[in-house]
Design a protein around this ligand. Structure first.
Ligand SMILES: Cc1cc2nc3c(=O)[nH]c(=O)nc-3n(C[C@H](O)[C@H](O)[C@H](O)COP(=O)(O)O)c2cc1C
Length: 151
């Protein structure tokens, strides 16, 4: 799908795997949301770091290359792990970096158990000019579900 970009943040690789699967299925480019800082290696230390970010509303600086051709994408598929029931602050940094007015955003998350609902509400708040579809939890996904989701 030439009009679709898949952007994702992934700390430990699970969301990346799903993003790659979607990219293969619909033949769309991938953009990894990277931060200047490196999150701690361990789960426990990442919990502490991310809790601190949420408490201070601290948006990490991005290290991913700027997307110059954003205008050419009508649909953005946005993947991330759930952190503290919502999207990581890196995703907030990324959403604030661009103007998504007029675009359609399709969020998906991976998580231990939480749904994508709170993150979807947050994305709607951050992108008032775009259509944000209900986010899906996609710890696993297959071609049929991808096609049904995006149709
Ligand atoms: C800082 C942090 C906070 C998390 N908070 C939640 C949560 O609130 N609910 C949940 O179900 N899983 C939570 N998880 C688990 C991740 O959402 C889950 O392991 C995810 O699939 C990891 O994706 P990744 O490999 O792409 O980073 C958390 C993980 C981390 C590191």
């Amino acid at each position: 799908m030439q009009d679709t970009l898949i952007a994702y943040f992934s700390k430990s690789g699970r969301t990346r795997k799903i993003a790659e699967q979607i990219a293969n299925e619909i033949n769309a480019p991938l953009h990894e949301i990277l931060t200047e800082k490196t999150y701690p290696r361990t789960y426990f230390m990442t919990i502490l770091e991310s809790r601190r970010e949420f408490k201070r509303n601290e948006k990490p600086k991005l290290a991913s290359p700027k997307i110059e051709e954003l205008d050419s994408f009508r649909r953005i598929i946005l993947g991330f792990p759930i952190w503290f029931w919502t999207c990581p602050m890196a995703v907030v940094s990324w959403l604030e970096e661009y103007d998504f007015t007029g675009k359609e955003i399709y969020p998906f998350c991976t998580s231990g158990s939480s749904s994508c609902d709170k993150a979807t509400a947050k994305i709607r708040e951050l992108c008032p000019g775009s259509t944000v579809h209900d986010g899906i939890k996609a710890n696993t996904i297959d071609g049929a579900r991808i096609r049904e989701w995006l149709k």
